[in-house]
Write a protein that binds this ligand. Structure first.
Ligand SMILES: [Zn+2]
Length: 254
């Protein structure tokens, strides 16, 4: 599949070409607006050429730009898990299902990052602030996905499927194209590996669910993984690292 990465401040979004239009997978933080435009320009793509946005889940670093993008092109149809609908309407990352940071090293890094930013900006960083985004109310033209389903069945002009991959959040979905390329959002990651993340994302709500989701994507025939955080990698990395992180090491995020 011809996948064009748009590397934003923290999040990788992706464009997939279909005819003379594009499907965008995820957006970025609300603050990524200028960078998003720069990346679009580099890819020689205009906002009016985007027909659909698939959201892998409701988090601020994936939905933050949705509002602004739709202000410029209201005809884009937004595709999301049926479990995303109520979460995205709230405009904040879901905390009602519990979960926490992957391990103590990750928790320390997150703490240091806040400390560093507060020193640079000379003010205290509100821990909650970057966990919010402009709320989004589903429109009639948008598409809700329930269960594992074909992309074409869901009204998308692409060959492949959408697989429910919860664990990072309850509403996480991944895309698997017929050639084995898989866009997994936060359902896998290649980020902060020195903090022993082992291809897991930093926030996990349910470790068991997370690895079960890997098993599903592997069994469905994925070959190359494109995470939202970090560069692409071969599916073998998921196979080798299955069940390596333990639920008891998760640090409650309070
Ligand atoms: Zn996320």
């Amino acid at each position: 599949m011809d996948i064009i990465p748009l590397k934003l401040s923290v999040t990788n979004c992706f464009l997939v070409k279909t005819g003379d239009q594009y499907v965008l997978i995820d957006t970025g933080y609300e603050d990524d607006w200028d960078l998003f435009h720069t990346r679009l320009k580099e890819a020689d793509v205009e906002l009016f050429q985007i027909s659909h946005i698939i959201l892998t889940h409701h988090h601020d670093d994936h939905c933050g730009l949705l509002h602004n993008i739709l202000l410029e092109n209201y005809s884009i149809r937004v595709v999301m898990s049926h479990l995303c609908k109520d979460l995205i309407r709230k405009g904040e990352n879901d905390r009602t299902h519990g979960g926490g940071l992957l391990n103590r090293r990750v928790a320390l890094l997150m703490h240091l990052k806040r400390l560093y930013l507060s020193l640079i900006l000379k003010k205290a960083i509100d821990k909650e602030k970057n966990l919010t985004f402009p709320p989004y109310q589903l429109r009639d033209c948008d598409i809700l996905v329930t269960g594992d389903t074909g992309l074409r069945e869901s009204g998308l002009p692409l060959d492949g499927k959408i697989i429910e991959t919860p664990g990072h959040t309850v509403d996480s979905i991944s895309i698997l194209f017929d050639d084995g390329d898989s866009l997994m959002g936060g359902a896998a990651a290649n980020f902060l590996r020195f903090a022993v993340t082992k291809y897991c994302v930093v926030f996990i709500y349910d470790m068991r669910e997370y690895y079960r989701s890997w098993e599903k994507v592997i069994a469905a025939g994925a070959r190359r993984i494109f995470p939202a955080h970090g560069g692409p990698f071969a599916v073998d990395k998921l196979k080798k690292n299955l069940w390596k992180n333990k639920a008891e090491n998760i640090v409650s995020y309070k």
